[in-house]
Design a protein around this ligand. Structure first.
Ligand code: F6R
Length: 610
């Protein structure tokens, strides 16, 4: 979703803003722009399309200046054109502002401001903020006071950064519901909507919390509450290194992240498995573990790919821990008045830790007195900070819009939690040791599947022109079918649906013909025979079958048109190996269709609005 970067210091701002925006490209956007302050006042440049459209401005001598703000916009109010792109200005043209989030009462504010004589140029909700602050400045307020007072009238979410030609030595930023983080350099500061634009300059950062306003001068940062009280903030060190957010020789971030999975899975499990005792240790939930163990019910809540990981968690927890589990879309959970209470425990799953619906679900669960755990990837993210306890994925930054390595790390964390809780409630030490041993073998097994990527590529070429796909699986592989279908539609724009295989007979079977390839996840597990029957049903109707099968399964060769083998593992860990060929299949089909894989149309990496 939208991205923000701001700079105040001694270096030329434009190259820093430009490179910072580049680092935010992965979030998804449709226009970009920046504003700088110099001795001639405020200079603003913005354009629809990619950041590369702004490249010529690097040599524009009119844009010198050491203070500036930049933005990538993902359109919500008003189409993606030059006028609606950020930064926006007030009537005087002396104030420039960039904003992430949504101003819910913008329509009423806008009407009021127009009545007071303000002239609006864009269709955006954001421009309202510029005129609102201008109104306070006209009464003699400083920029900082105008921002604080103006925000008192605003309903909605914002991460905003503003500069003014009348106060050319400061940047003001404010946060409510949309993240902002300050980077502390030597005699310079940056501010951005995530750490990616900062880490080339500094690893010392301060995360703003909701309701805080930051005043950045050249040489000092002050953080206040919206009602003007100083807030003491700490400086944290982020341990991301720059290579983690670069492509490292791969054609796309998505491929890099698919290929990284043996390593990211190792990172996720590091130090967490206890072979001797056949159990696990998860420092982030240790002191709150009783609330999980004695919960009457667990509710896993998430969106998209993270929700699919949650479904796998449901199967694991119910089978091996023996606690009833429900998995809820966060967007539904937040509005449907769920029955919770102190005996229900909510586990929110999120890669970014910033998904608006998941955050709202967490707040709703807390309001209903449930304990809330988080499973997320981004350290210091809103979800990490708002949950009572939690587990980090340690998968490293995920830049590709289509989630891959975060998914496998989420499933792995859920399996480690299952082991830990299961060992207290139901599992023997022998069974626990078997699970530990098998988890440890997973990175090697994932490597084996990745080595086979040329075969998946050849299958992708064969099927690249199909217009529809069906993905079918049963048991633990049913959520994998959903995830495989999601990956394909996100990046190749081919319509794909995932179903539990037995559901096919209740409707989707009507679709089967030569033009409808069916991907079966058909590993040799407790439902293998059932899935073979489902494959027969598809073949009987001239359907084309791609099967993901267990190594050594000769039987399936006779039925399927294409077979991709994966190593055998225990049933609960199957998704960790079966999803890999499906990620590769989606990736290569999108490559053959020449799609923009890392920035698929209309999608954003982190969905920070409803
Ligand atoms: C799919 C994808 C999305 C996210 C969803 C939740 O590839 O990336 O479906 O999984 O938007 O995002 P997080 O996990 O950041 O809460």
């Amino acid at each position: 979703m939208c991205g923000i970067v701001g700079y105040i210091g001694y270096q030329a701002a434009v190259p820093i803003l430009f490179n910072g925006l580049r680092r935010l490209e992965y979030r998804g956007y449709d226009s970009a722009g920046f504003a700088v302050l110099n001795s001639h006042g405020l200079k603003i440049r913005k354009r629809p399309g990619k950041i590369s459209q702004l490249k010529d401005l690097l040599n524009d001598t009119a844009l010198t200046g050491t203070i500036g703000i930049g933005h990538t916009r993902w359109a919500t109010h008003g189409e993606p054109n030059q006028v609606n792109a950020h930064p926006h200005t007030d009537c005087s043209g002396r104030l420039a502002l960039v904003h992430n989030g949504i101003i819910e009462n913008y329509s009423a504010l806008r009407k009021d401001l127009i009545a007071k004589g303000h002239v609006f140029k864009s269709e955006t909700d954001t421009e309202t903020l510029c005129h609102l602050f201008e109104e306070y400045i006209k009464t003699g307020c400083s920029l900082e006071a105008a921002v604080r007072k103006g925000l008192g009238q605003v309903v909605g979410t914002y991460g905003l950064v503003v500069i003014s030609a009348d106060e050319p030595d400061c940047i003001i930023a404010a946060r409510k519901g949309s993240p902002l983080v300050i980077g502390h350099g030597k005699n310079e500061y940056l501010i951005a909507s995530d750490t990616a634009p900062l880490i080339a300059h500094t690893s010392d950062v301060t995360f703003l919390d909701d309701g805080e306003v930051a005043i950045l001068h050249n040489g000092s940062v002050v953080v206040k509450s919206i009602d003007d009280r100083i807030v003491e903030k700490c400086v944290e060190v982020v341990d991301t290194d720059i290579s983690q957010i670069e492509k490292g020789g791969y054609a796309h971030f998505m491929l890099k992240e698919i290929m990284e999975q043996p390593q990211t899975l190792m990172d996720t499990m590091r130090g967490r498995l206890l072979m001797e005792e056949g159990t696990a240790r998860l420092g982030g939930i240790q002191k709150d573990i009783d609330s999980l163990l004695f919960a009457r019910r667990l509710v896993l809540t998430a969106c998209g790919t993270s929700w699919h990981a949650g479904l796998i968690g449901e199967y694991m927890f119910e089978e091996l821990v023996g606690i009833p589990v429900e998995v809820e879309y966060a967007s539904e959970f937040r509005y449907r008045d769920p029955i919770l209470g102190s005996d229900s425990v909510v586990i929110a799953i999120s890669q970014s830790g910033e998904t608006a619906d998941t955050l709202a679900a967490i707040r709703e669960a807390k309001r209903k007195r449930s304990k809330v755990f988080g499973i997320c990837n981004v350290v210091g993210s809103s979800i990490a900070r708002e949950t009572d306890a939690g587990v980090y994925l340690h998968a490293g930054p995920e830049i590709g819009v289509a989630s891959t390595k975060a998914f496998t790390s989420q499933v792995l964390v859920l399996s480690i939690m299952t082991l830990l809780l299961g060992r207290v409630r139901t599992l023997s030490s022998i069974r626990g040791r078997e699970i530990v041993q098998e988890i440890k073998r997973i990175p090697e097994k994932v490597s084996q599947v990745l080595e086979n990527r040329e075969q998946v590529k050849a299958i992708a070429e064969e099927y690249k022109d199909m217009r529809n796909f069906l993905y079918l699986g049963r048991g633990y592989n049913f959520p994998v079918a959903l995830e495989g279908a999601l990956k394909l539609k996100e990046i190749s724009y081919i319509h794909a649906e995932g179903y539990p295989a037995a559901e096919m007979k209740h409707g989707p079977i009507a679709l089967i013909d030569k033009a409808m390839p069916v991907v079966f996840i058909a590993t040799q597990d407790s439902v293998y025979d059932k899935i073979l029957s489902n494959i027969e049903e598809v073949k009987a109707r001239q359907g084309r079958v791609i099967a993901i099968a267990t190594e050594g399964d000769a039987e399936i060769q006779k039925l399927a048109d294409n077979v991709i083998y994966v190593p055998k593992t225990i049933e609960m860990l199957n998704p960790l190996v079966t999803i890999i060929p499906l990620q590769l299949l989606a990736y290569y089909i999108a490559v053959f269709r020449k799609c923009d894989i890392d920035q698929p149309r209309n999608l954003a990496k982190s969905v920070t609005v409803e």
